[in-house]
Write a protein that binds this ligand. Structure first.
Ligand code: PPS
Length: 295
């Protein structure tokens, strides 16, 4: 591993037209030879859409609802983040070596950069999409606290960058739509953060059904209880407090920030909201996804 001191907000690096955190960009080439297993399960999201939440639900399911087993390691060790690389912290590919099958894997990659083996092996995938207005607010706060990102600048400037697809991982609009399209031909369960908030038990049962697993109702209730925002915020194995502070500085903003829907209303101005809506309508024309959100 490299020295922890080398985390100085480097500019994003473009790979096949996709802007990425510099360190993540450097893993894309080695990642292409990643060998998936048919019993892997891939968690895919655009950043800040509920990845950590879904990861914890899945590990709890895989551990039969045993809370103690889920405390064996931080979430980024239990669920390796494929393209993750950062000085001073084990990379996703390094972490993967110690994970027994069946493996849970995490990615934020758009399809252009996804290792082909995941598709060839017909790996089951669960995608979570979230209201883009809440995503961009969460992302802005994350940019501030996670110093592998460039400086976010002002909120107004960051919002423009997001709308133009110039933030890490590129266009939200393209990401949610291309994964939606892929779900027509590949085994993908496509979930929404807002549905998980509204009825976490129903969504957990959907996940169980997709996995072809079943658990007693009492265990499902325990999983729902243990993966609530309140519980995950205070759990060091899920709240990222184990990451070095020069990588994530929780004194600037905690990773587990608010965990609610509609927080965008506290940040967007009326003018920003109108501009965002008009731009969204243009970019999502003909796509049924936006019907899921009260925008
Ligand atoms: S990352 O860094 O992209 O992997 O982040 P990700 O985990 O996708 O998203 C972080 C946001 O999800 C919220 N969160 C939760 N919400 C509800 N319930 C639970 N259990 C939960 N766990 C995490 C987290 O607070 C971030 O959203 P914001 O709006 O910033 O609070």
């Amino acid at each position: 591993m490299e020295l922890v001191s080398d985390t100085s907000r480097p500019p994003l690096v473009y790979v096949k037209g996709v802007p990425l955190i510099k360190y993540f960009a450097e893993t894309i080439e080695p990642l292409q030879s990643f060998q998936a297993r048919p019993d892997d399960l891939l968690i895919s999201t655009y950043p800040k859409s509920g990845t950590t939440w879904l990861s914890e639900i899945l590990d709890m399911i895989y551990q039969g609802g045993d809370t103690e087993k889920c405390r064996r390691a931080p979430i980024y060790i239990r669920v390796p983040f494929l393209e993750f690389r950062c000085p001073g912290v084990p990379s996703g590919l390094e972490t993967l070596k110690d994970v027994p099958a069946p493996r849970l894997l995490k990615t934020h990659l758009p399809l252009a950069l996804l290792p082909q083996s995941l598709l060839d092996q017909q790996v089951k995938m669960i995608y979570v999409a979230r209201n883009p207005k809440d995503v961009v607010v969460s992302y802005y706060n994350f940019y501030k606290m996670a110093q592998v990102h460039p400086e976010p600048g002002t909120w107004d400037n960051f919002l423009e960058q997001f709308m133009e697809g110039k933030v890490s991982y590129g266009s939200w609009y393209q990401h949610v739509q291309e994964w939606w399209e892929l779900s027509r031909t590949h085994p993908i369960l496509y979930l929404f953060y807002e549905d998980m908030k509204a009825n976490p038990k129903r969504e957990t049962q959907k996940i169980l059904e997709f996995l072809g697993r079943s658990l007693p109702e009492k265990i499902v209730d325990q999983i729902v209880q243990n993966t609530s925002f309140k519980e995950m915020k205070k759990n060091p194995m899920t709240n990222y407090s184990t990451v070095p502070t020069n990588v994530m500085d929780h004194s600037i903003c905690p990773f587990m920030r608010k965990g609610i829907t509609g927080d965008w209303k506290n940040t967007f101005t009326v003018a920003q909201n109108e501009r965002f809506d008009a731009d969204l309508a243009e970019k999502m024309v003909g796509c049924e996804l936006t019907a899921h959100w009260q925008l």
